[in-house]
Design a protein around this ligand. Structure first.
Ligand code: SF4
Length: 368
């Protein structure tokens, strides 16, 4: 007997629960996953998305990913971007180079920079205080910067606690924190991907401390590698639990592991479009307290990005003028603003530009 047939009663019970607006357990989500009914999942996720976001609006942001350094001493197995300290291709951008990129971003209507890099063994909190202060003194731009592992790294170099590092970085101009580096918040998976990155508590701990200080952050999940479905749901449960405690996540962003040019090449298969859409819909239904769900056209391509809007996604992510981490793994699906708008319209939605807090900053106004 197939899993789908065996679990029909359980799945019907879960669907009933969703229709009555009740929260799903991990077992409920597992039953939905194993039933493998993509159409039903899509319908349920789309209905939930419409409850939260009535109307046909799909948001996106114009920002720029500035990878200030590729030097990193964490050595994640899935990463094609980093270079070890002392490597011939290692770089650290100067302030002037970073300023030039910010000016280009502002010139095309950008409102935010996403400043991320590797964990440079010689860069502490002081470096970022100086950089952030200099940026804020010059430019009216939102600083979405430093994933949790970089904050932990900088705190260690400076010999201060994560809380102190966050307080100082915030005082220097840090506006919000990207949720990168979560991968899968399960001990076994994180240990296998990169022992030096710390367990799930390391990522959750930084986010919780940031939320406590009033910083908003995003949450991410990178799936399709070595993890089980149970571990993916453990990840989503931890995000949901923290959101219950803090309310600090603005959005959840799912993308698939890109193994090309990494130590995992040939060892894991890229997640299929079917698997991506299924997880996206499941995330919309299970993580009921994070309002925005981004689709990942950078890793999945434009067509799947469009389709994902009918599977729970309400945000097209960012017009990234630079995306070295993904580009280094051979993904070249970056599209410019006109193309993003065209894709959103062609999928039957109304594109609007937003900021990091998901406020509409588009001259066409909020269509809702
Ligand atoms: S994913 Fe980030 S922390 Fe891991 S090796 Fe790459 S740059 Fe370093």
């Amino acid at each position: 007997m197939s899993t789908a047939i065996r679990d029909t009663a359980a799945v019907n019970g879960v669907i009933d629960k969703i229709q009555r607006g009740r929260r799903l357990t991990v077992d409920d989500a597992l039953a939905l996953y194993h039933a493998d009914d993509l159409t039903t999942l899509g319908v349920l996720a789309d209905r939930r998305r419409r409850e939260l976001h009535p109307g046909r609006m799909v948001t996106y942001i114009i920002d720029r990913n500035i990878n200030y350094t590729n030097v990193c001493n964490i050595y994640c197995k899935f990463c094609a971007f980093f270079r070890p300290p002392g490597h011939g291709d290692a770089y650290l951008l100067s302030h002037e180079e970073i300023f030039a990129k910010i000016e280009e971003t502002l010139a095309v209507g950008g409102v935010q920079i996403l400043l991320q890099g590797g964990v440079h063994p010689e860069i502490g909190v002081e470096y970022f205080e100086e950089l952030f202060g200099a940026i804020k003194a010059r430019y009216p731009i939102h600083l979405h910067a430093l994933s949790p592992v970089e904050i932990v790294g900088a705190a260690e170099v400076s010999g201060v606690s994560v809380e102190t590092a966050l307080r100082r970085l915030r005082a220097a101009g840090l506006d919000s924190i990207p949720g990168g580096g979560a991968e899968i918040l399960a001990e076994r998976v994180r240990r296998k991907y990169g022992r030096r990155k710390g367990g799930p508590d390391a990522w959750i701990g930084v986010m919780e401390a940031a939320h406590a200080q009033g910083l908003r952050t995003t949450a991410t999940m990178m799936f399709g590698g070595i993890e089980t479905i149970e571990e993916r749901l453990e990840h989503l449960r931890r995000v949901r639990d923290l959101q219950d405690r803090s309310g600090g996540f603005t959005a959840l962003i799912l993308w698939t592991l890109q193994p090309d040019n990494t130590l995992l090449e040939g060892k894991v298969r890229k997640a299929s479009a079917h698997e991506y859409l299924k997880m996206l819909a499941l995330a919309r239904l299970f993580v009921d307290n994070v309002p925005n769900l981004q689709v990942s056209f950078v890793t999945m391509g434009a067509a799947i990005g469009q389709t994902a809007l009918a599977f729970g996604g309400n945000d097209f992510g960012s017009l990234m003028l630079e995306e070295n981490v993904v580009a280094a793994a051979g993904t070249h699906a970056l599209v410019q603003q006109e193309e993003i708008e065209r894709l959103i319209v062609a999928a039957g939605y109304l594109p609007r530009r937003r900021n990091m807090r998901y406020e509409i900053i588009d001259e066409r106004g909020d269509p809702r």
